[in-house]
Design a protein around this ligand. Structure first.
Ligand code: DC
Length: 236
């Protein structure tokens, strides 16, 4: 039986509940949690607020590539103990979760120079292991040697309903149909881009949580996967 700190890579489609699950697993193991999608969202926010995406949605790739090395994106802990995404030291967490960013982030994330920029930051976070990271290519490209890889799926209808409810809770006006449409578009771009598309790593274990509760997901990882590493998620 293996022991010591490991890297847990959690990949999957949007709105499969990756980050909720990953956060809880990290907390229960005393590991660091890293949301790789937040970095792509932060780059998208930066591109919008600095004029690299015009009103028609066209991306000024050449100039974005030039300035990207000069920006700093980091995760900091706020007063409530939550991890927040910062751009050049300003907390941008609430700006990166809007529908505008969600519907444009896949086009930014498919640019190879953006992926290179983000990957450097992500790999740095894994230097000391003890990390749970979620995303689209963590088990295939960022940490291909991660000790444990999970690929999360759920039906389109279930995922769109989860996203729709999240947006409603935030007071956004999107209809269920528009959320479903947006989700299908993002799935398409995420799985068809030429650099590191979303795909299940050969050695990843699939978790279809269409009809599972979060508690059942934790019970699943504790029973099926973590005993191999002498680890257990403690829910407190
Ligand atoms: O997980 P999320 O919805 O916050 O991710 C935002 C976008 O970033 C998503 O459309 C795909 C992209 N992404 C990616 O290409 N690779 C990752 N490792 C994480 C996210």
């Amino acid at each position: 039986m293996a022991s010591g700190k490991i890297i847990i890579a959690i990949d999957g489609y949007s709105s499969t509940g990756k980050s909720t699950f990953a956060k809880l697993v990290a907390k229960g193991l005393g590991y660091i949690y890293a949301d790789s999608g937040a970095l792509y969202r932060a780059v998208t926010y930066f591109a919008f607020t600095n004029g690299f995406i015009d009103t028609e949605g066209a991306i000024d790739k050449d100039n974005l590539q030039k300035v990207l090395p000069k920006i700093e994106i980091s995760f900091k802990t706020n007063k409530k103990g939550e991890s927040v995404t910062c751009l050049n030291d300003s907390n941008i967490e609430k700006y990166i979760r809007t529908s505008k960013i969600s519907s444009n982030v896949s086009r930014i994330a498919e640019l190879p120079f953006v992926r290179d920029f983000v990957n450097v930051m992500l790999r740095r976070m894994g230097q000391d292991k003890g990390l749970v990271m979620d995303g689209r290519d963590i088990g295939t490209a960022v940490f291909p040697n991660a000790e444990l890889k999970i690929f999360m799926t759920a039906t389109e209808q279930v995922r769109a309903m989860r996203r729709f409810k999240e947006l409603q809770a935030k007071g956004e006006k999107d209809t269920f149909e528009s959320v479903l449409e947006g989700l299908k578009k993002r799935d398409y771009i995420d799985t068809h881009r030429s650099t590191d598309p979303l795909t299940k790593a050969k050695d990843a274990i699939e978790l279809d949580n269409s009809s599972m509760t979060l508690e059942e997901e934790i019970e699943w990882i504790n029973r099926i996967l973590l005993p191999n590493f002498n680890l257990q998620v403690e829910l407190r």
